[in-house]
Design a protein. Structure first.
Length: 134
């Protein structure tokens, strides 16, 4: 699904987006844990059976991780960085496309940046004409 979000729409859906994002982070951590265990635990080098069972567990965790990303991005929100906790909501200002920007730990959308700018280009919402944001 694609749509441009108003600031109010983005903030209204933010609690459910944050839950979905936290699920992604948890699943990523699970993938890393299983991968590390597979690579570093000598048990999985002893028999093919143990290795294959652990590898299937890893494959399943990876699949679930990517499904959770698809679920979040199906809302129209774009994941910019899982590690940094950055999400962007497409929006319009003066008929120009911009991103409403959220960083993990924030409780509302407080920043925006231009279409071709990244996190370093974030500007406070107060710096924009909210009447032109639609």
């Amino acid at each position: 699904m694609f749509s441009h979000f108003t600031l109010n729409q983005a903030n209204e859906m933010l609690p459910s987006v944050i839950k979905k994002f936290q699920n992604i982070v948890n699943m990523k951590n699970e993938v890393v844990k299983i991968q590390s265990d597979l690579e570093n635990n000598p048990k999985y080098m002893t028999t093919f059976k143990d290795y294959i069972i652990k590898k299937q567990e890893l494959n399943s965790a990876i699949t679930n991780f990517y499904k959770s990303i698809e679920e979040l991005e199906a809302t129209g929100v774009s994941i910019k960085s899982i590690e940094q906790g950055l999400l962007d909501f497409p929006s319009l200002m003066f008929n120009e496309e911009i991103w409403l920007c959220w960083k993990e730990g924030e409780t509302e959308i407080k920043f925006w940046h231009g279409k071709d700018e990244g996190f370093n280009g974030r500007k406070p919402i107060e710096s924009m004409d909210l009447e032109k944001l639609r």
